[in-house]
Design a binder for this molecule. Structure first.
Ligand code: FES
Length: 169
């Protein structure tokens, strides 16, 4: 931090304003002391905050011409997004036909945003009441993407997701 001090200044009134040139008195101005704090640039870079990362793989619902299922890879900071948002941000189709038209927008009230967790279920949030309701008779590995938070801000690792698992069963 640095401080700037301003000097005391003395000004004289201009004659045309006094009406009497001989009685002109100097006016002394005492500017308030002002302490300016100026940030000084640092040459040393700030260390980047290291946040835990979750690596996700999304397996496509349909095999390509070569018989292989397409896999999309995404990296996200742990505990910041739900699966639905991650898929939306990466333009990965989440819904089947009915869900495309009738999904609730992530409110947990339609049950159409189904995914299957192939690997890494311990890196995801617990099932919510909406999932207990809509996935009651579904496989344990199925989740609702709008209810599933990826990571908990402290963990890291790999999660593998099957898109549209209902097409495979
Ligand atoms: S989008 Fe409706 S329950 Fe997930």
């Amino acid at each position: 931090m640095s401080t700037l001090n301003f000097p005391v200044m003395t000004l004289r009134q201009p004659p045309e304003f006094t009406g009497n040139v001989n009685r002109q008195k100097p006016i002394t101005l005492h500017p308030r002391r002002r302490h300016l704090t100026l940030p000084l640039a640092s040459n040393s870079p700030q260390p980047a905050e290291q946040k835990p990362i979750i690596e996700l793989q999304f397996i496509g619902p349909k095999a390509g011409g070569d018989g292989k299922y397409p896999v999309d890879e995404v990296t996200e900071v742990s505990g910041e997004k739900v699966l639905r948002k991650i898929m939306e941000d990466n333009k990965l189709e989440l819904y089947a036909t009915y869900g495309k038209l009738m999904n609730c927008g992530g409110g947990g009230s339609c049950g159409t945003c189904i995914v299957e967790v192939i690997e890494g279920k311990d890196l995801l949030s617990e099932r919510t009441n909406a999932e207990l309701k809509y996935l009651k008779k579904k496989p344990e590995s199925w989740r609702l993407a709008c209810q599933t938070i990826v990571g908990n801000k402290e963990n890291s690792g790999k999660v593998v997701i099957q898109r549209l698992p209902q097409w495979k069963k």
